[in-house]
Design a protein around this ligand. Structure first.
Ligand SMILES: [Zn+2]
Length: 305
């Protein structure tokens, strides 16, 4: 990423600015700006719609319990995703979903100007796809809460539509979501099925090394359960045995959050599809975590804004 910024001339466009502020040579950004802006609106629409459905179906009573409509589509959806009918697990999952919906909606209501489209495509600098450049980046503890979308890669990475990438990044910056797992990069637009298959494969494979050991999350879990520090192997054993812990990981995983919101916002039912061809888990685990790049990126972007 840092090489990319060093070697290429990059334009950073902040959402809401006039198209004329983009130098004419950045023709790709100029010509596609409407489409990129539309993706931001689409992300917002899905969040708003999902929130509406949530509040239609689920009410919080005065004593803090959730009153869930008998035919609640969201509860049914989450039950299928998490493979559970347990009410405690489902209530926790609903609360996590509500937390992310409210925070992401708040960001899109008030901080859209912090969304930045970065592009390096000009007539002199034709597009060359680099797998190492992530589609989205956020900075840790960034007071400006900036989300940078590398729009040049949009035409290649079809499995990550821009609206889903935005939801993923906003879930990090605004609500502290983690990257445990990424959607498989099989070139197809996914639904939640593929990432969940991925998750269950990861926790049940061999010694479970496929599930990344997320230090902050594990620490929080140790503190919550009052445990001595766990090794990755001990952690995976607990994940396998504990449905609630599985649900927590899924509900705090940025790619899952993005996909749940898109599915629920579109009213798409969850359908299990075990035939989907998935890239090997090892490959997926090697996928670039956008957060690893944050520190490098921070300096560069600070000098440009
Ligand atoms: Zn991420």
């Amino acid at each position: 990423m840092i090489e990319y910024l060093r070697h290429f001339k990059v334009h950073l466009y902040s959402y809401g600015k006039q198209v004329q502020t983009i130098p004419a040579c950045f023709s790709y950004l100029r010509q596609n700006l409407k489409r990129f802006v539309h993706e931001v609106e689409l992300a917002h629409e899905y969040v708003k719609r999902a929130l509406e459905i949530f509040f239609d179906e689920i009410e919080e009573t005065l004593d803090g319990t959730l009153e869930i409509a008998r035919n609640s589509s969201i509860k049914r959806y989450l039950g299928n995703v998490l493979q559970t009918t347990n009410n405690t697990t489902l209530t926790q999952a609903l609360l996590r979903l509500r937390y992310y919906l409210i925070n992401i909606n708040n960001y899109l209501n008030h901080h859209k100007a912090n969304i930045i489209f970065a592009s390096s495509r000009t007539d002199d600098q034709p597009f060359s796809y680099d797998h190492d450049i992530p589609l989205g980046v956020t900075l840790p503890n960034d007071e400006g809460k900036r989300v940078v979308i590398m729009v040049d890669n949009d035409s290649v990475e079809k499995q990550y539509p821009l609206h889903a990438t935005l939801l993923h990044e906003i879930s990090h910056i605004e609500a502290g979501a983690q990257d445990f797992l990424f959607l498989p990069g099989n070139g197809n637009t996914s639904d939640a099925t593929s990432i969940l298959k991925q998750f269950y494969d990861a926790i049940n494979s061999g010694n479970g090394e496929a599930l990344p050991y997320e230090k902050t999350f594990v620490k929080g879990y140790e503190n919550f359960c009052n445990l001595r520090p766990l090794t990755p192997m001990e952690f995976i054993v607990r994940v396998r045995a504990d449905k609630m812990l599985q649900a927590n990981i899924i509900m705090d995983n940025a790619d899952c959050i993005a996909q749940l919101i898109v599915d629920i916002g579109q009213g798409r039912p969850y359908t299990r599809n075990d035939n989907s061809t998935l890239r090997r888990i090892e490959e997926l685990m090697a996928a670039l975590c956008c957060r690893n790049l944050q520190q490098m990126f921070e300096k560069v972007i600070a000098s440009r804004l």
